[in-house]
Design a protein around this ligand. Structure first.
Ligand SMILES: [Fe+2]
Ligand SMILES: [Fe+2]
Length: 262
């Protein structure tokens, strides 16, 4: 049998955009069908492979998106979202491959299902870009997202605190307004894609908070307090209200986590 960790590593090291989606779907199918051995003989790479020629820039060097209603503005929006989902595939894969051995098979199943969702989200957004005459890789993309993974590679609690519970939770806050804007522009298909993403992301944040709480209880720590400490150490951006309290609480992220931190 193929080793789970080596199969995950192969997906992370697939740079081609469609190749990564295809490889991730196959990996998740193989895992669900019991075709992968729960062994951790392959180390995860420091950085995954991304499409060649992707123009990665620091967030401050990203071109301004302009007004949302223009064709150019719309393409920039879908491109930015496609990039977030593309990186999210690797964040979920790395979570399962890096921490799966200590966290167990249920954890791996949860985060591989997240990886499959992210691959689907990316594929939907890439199709959207194609329909607008563009493609993923046509515009610059920001390089801030993977640094969250590198900063937290040493500790699964820190990784869970930052990736699902800060970054993906931020998606819950901002997506409803984007969805309404897109719908107001008459783009019902775009609104549907965002609704699908929003629903799935609640589940992703919920996996994060579930496993985070389990770790805290094993370590005898108070979950909101320990989360706040980790966020202060590993997330320099600061949390920005307004928060989508109902989506956050559906994902197990109650106000006592983030109320005291802003
Ligand atoms: Fe996603
Ligand atoms: Fe997600």
């Amino acid at each position: 049998m193929t080793s789970l960790s080596c199969a995950i590593r192969d997906c992370l090291l697939t740079g081609d955009k469609r190749g990564k989606v295809f490889a991730t779907r196959k990996l998740v199918r193989d895992w669900r069908q019991g075709k992968l051995d729960f062994t951790f003989d392959c180390a995860m790479p420091q950085r995954p492979e991304w499409p060649e020629n992707l123009d990665l820039r620091l967030p401050r060097d990203m071109p301004r998106r302009g007004k949302g209603g223009s064709e150019k503005g719309r393409i920039a929006l879908w491109h930015a979202l496609a990039h977030i989902e593309f990186v999210a595939i690797d964040l979920a894969l790395d979570m399962a491959g890096r921490f799966g051995e200590s966290m167990g098979q249920g954890f791996v199943s949860d985060f591989l299902s997240v990886a499959a969702d992210e691959a689907m989200h990316f594929a939907l957004l890439e199709r959207k870009l194609d329909s607008l005459g563009s493609t993923y890789g046509a515009l610059p993309a920001h390089d801030g997202l993977w640094s969250a993974a590198q900063d937290t590679a040493h500790d699964v609690a820190a990784r869970l605190a930052i990736v699902p519970m800060v970054l993906e939770a931020r998606g819950l806050d901002v997506t409803p307004a984007t969805l309404e804007r897109v719908r107001a522009q008459g783009d019902e298909n775009g609104a549907k894609i965002l609704k699908r993403i929003l629903d799935d992301e609640i589940r992703h944040v919920a996996f994060g908070s579930k496993h985070f709480r389990e770790i805290c209880s094993a370590r005898g720590e108070n979950p909101p307090e320990s989360w706040q400490k980790l966020v202060k150490t590993h997330f320099s951006g600061g949390l920005k209200p307004p928060f989508n309290d109902s989506a956050r609480s559906a994902a197990g992220l109650s106000r006592d986590f983030y109320a005291g931190i802003v």
